[in-house]
Design a protein around this ligand. Structure first.
Ligand SMILES: *[C@@H]1O[C@H](CO)[C@@H](O)[C@H](O)[C@H]1NC(C)=O
Ligand SMILES: *[C@@H]1O[C@H](CO)[C@@H](O)[C@H](O)[C@H]1NC(C)=O
Ligand SMILES: *[C@@H]1O[C@H](CO)[C@@H](O)[C@H](O)[C@H]1NC(C)=O
Ligand SMILES: *[C@@H]1O[C@H](CO)[C@@H](O)[C@H](O)[C@H]1NC(C)=O
Ligand SMILES: *[C@@H]1O[C@H](CO)[C@@H](O)[C@H](O)[C@H]1NC(C)=O
Ligand SMILES: *[C@@H]1O[C@H](CO)[C@@H](O)[C@H](O)[C@H]1NC(C)=O
Ligand SMILES: *[C@@H]1O[C@H](CO)[C@@H](O)[C@H](O)[C@H]1NC(C)=O
Ligand SMILES: *[C@@H]1O[C@H](CO)[C@@H](O)[C@H](O)[C@H]1NC(C)=O
Length: 443
């Protein structure tokens, strides 16, 4: 309304953006049997399929000269071993190389390293004329036979651009010395996108390799019906040693508190912190509760280290594909209980073997960090609000349900608060020089 607009104009000039805010709704492809989520984005003069990963913060694409490496010996392997798609990036006329920094990304299963530069990036209608991207020419991390890059959506404090001349002599050193920059989502916000993004994931039938994976949206909500939102603040990831963030504790990952986990009439009420990570298909719970839930499968799950398929340090519970999962598995966060659909409790991989989607948090040194992965997110609309530093979750509902809960509830972020946040983000980036850590735990 006109009067309202005038009132806003007189009091909150920063809020007058709602009429022409930019947003984008990107469909996702679920790949690798529903474990990975891939979006098409335009980089330079072509389109690339990139993994949408809330667990890391950088945007990169494989350069045309990339080499595949063994993650333990460093030996060069045939490219096929790294299991990426075939579309590689050749610098376009809008690319400008940066000689002052390079990308050195440390994932759970390996590394991605290469030069960086500025390039035009477009996501739906959102255009970023000059986005800092990595052009990876060394990979020991593994793809999904479709994507040729990653779009990280974690906080800028864990972006892993390193200064020229910095030469870590171990891959863990890739978590060292960083040069802050505006990650792709921060750049989108600077273009006028409201400071939140959202995922609504679809599940594939057991054993189907690829298919529609749902939506990733920027500055707007996905077009799916859902109930009311529960809100929970983003927390500083406690398991992250302060030494890995240069002695300063700050928000790095999408970490929250899980208040309780319930299954089969039992419950685990000791709160724990977990990182919400679209780059992990499984939910990683504290080891004790993971063991109890997996004992509730019929027949019970067996703890294994499936070396051919996963990073061998990661443990999973193997179950027969016909196993019955424990009844009524749910996760309580933000004061609401979210049911995990029984179909999200078992995953069948390409060899035909099945695994429980409840895995034990993998200790790395002394750190045991739980995750909520795609098996949690497939049951809801999840909003990641950078501006308010909070996450909001709403259960999916049948769009034809008559109880009225299916109407789309507008998310916040369009408010003055949301808008004001972004200058805060920018200011924060300007002063922060952070040593990154948590991509270590992301896969
Ligand atoms: C991305 O583009 C490729 C190639 O055109 C297409 O096969 C794929 O379905 C697209 N993915 C999505 C999620 O739209
Ligand atoms: C790729 O390698 C070729 C041959 O060594 C070289 O001429 C070219 O500049 C390289 N391209 C990139 C993008 O590094
Ligand atoms: C990549 O190209 C090779 C050789 O043309 C082909 O055999 C392979 O199937 C392709 N891989 C993908 C993921 O498209
Ligand atoms: C990757 O590119 C950088 C910068 O151009 C170069 O120094 C490095 O040798 C390349 N690495 C590989 C494995 O090609
Ligand atoms: C690697 O770096 C560490 C720390 O800077 C140093 O102590 C060590 O000697 C180096 N090792 C090699 C083989 O250069
Ligand atoms: C699971 O939940 C349903 C619906 O609330 C209930 O009827 C059933 O008894 C529960 N089963 C167990 C084993 O708790
Ligand atoms: C909802 O109803 C419409 C119209 O009857 C139908 O086309 C659609 O498939 C229904 N959606 C679901 C999820 O049942
Ligand atoms: C790390 O902290 C030290 C001491 O507070 C400070 O002097 C240094 O500049 C910081 N380094 C980075 C990379 O932030």
């Amino acid at each position: 309304m006109f009067a309202t607009a005038l009132l806003l104009l007189s009091t909150l000039p920063l809020a007058i953006v709602s009429a022409d805010t930019l947003s984008a709704i990107l469909p996702l492809q679920a790949t690798r049997y529903g474990t990975d989520l891939v979006a098409n984005i335009s980089i330079g003069d072509s389109t690339y399929q990139v993994l949408a990963d809330t667990g890391s913060a950088d945007l990169w694409v494989l350069g045309s000269n990339w080499t595949c490496h063994d993650s333990s010996t460093d030996a060069i392997l045939p490219r096929a071993e790294c299991q990426f798609g075939n579309k590689t990036y050749t610098p376009s006329p809008t690319f400008s190389a940066l000689s002052s920094v390079w990308l050195g990304e440390r994932y759970g299963d390996g590394n991605a390293i290469g030069p960086m530069g500025f390039e035009r990036v477009q996501l739906g209608e959102i255009v970023i004329p000059q986005q800092q991207i990595g052009v990876v020419n060394y990979s020991s991390t593994i793809g999904d036979r479709v994507n040729t890059g990653v779009m990280g959506l974690a906080f800028s404090s864990i972006a892993l651009a390193h200064p020229e001349g910095y030469a870590p002599n171990t891959s863990l050193g890739l978590l060292g010395e960083t040069v802050p920059y505006d990650t792709v989502f921060v750049s989108m916000v600077q273009q006028g996108v409201l400071p939140y993004f959202s995922f609504a994931l679809e599940r594939l039938p057991l054993g189907q390799e690829k298919g529609f994976g749902g939506y990733l949206t920027f500055g707007t909500l996905p077009p799916v019906a859902h109930g009311d939102f529960a809100t929970t603040p983003v927390e500083i990831t406690q398991a992250m040693p302060a030494s890995l963030t240069n002695g300063t504790r700050k928000i790095t990952e999408w970490a929250l508190s899980v208040q309780a986990v319930s299954w089969d009439g039992k419950s685990y009420d000791t709160p724990f912190q977990a990182v919400v990570d679209t780059g992990n298909w499984a939910n990683y719970f504290p080891r004790g509760v993971a063991a109890q839930i997996n004992a509730g499968f019929s027949p019970p799950g067996k703890l294994v280290s499936p070396t051919s398929r996963f990073d061998s340090s990661q443990l999973f519970y193997s179950v027969p594909c016909s196993a019955t999962p424990p009844a009524n598995v749910s996760i309580q966060t933000g004061g609401k209980v979210f049911a995990i659909d029984a179909r999200d409790m078992i995953w069948r991989d390409w060899t035909g073997e099945c695994f429980s989607s409840v895995a034990p948090a993998t200790p790395i040194g002394d750190i045991e960090l739980p995750f909520l992965g795609d098996a949690f997110l497939k049951n809801m609309v999840a909003v990641f609000d950078v501006g308010k530093e909070e996450m909001r979750f709403a259960a999916r509902v049948d769009e034809n349900s008559s109880d009225g809960s299916g109407t789309v509830v507008p998310a916040s972020g369009g408010s003055a608060l949301g808008r004001g946040c972004c200058s805060t983000v920018t200011v924060m980036l300007g002063v922060a020089v952070v040593v990154a850590a948590s991509v270590l735990f992301s896969s």
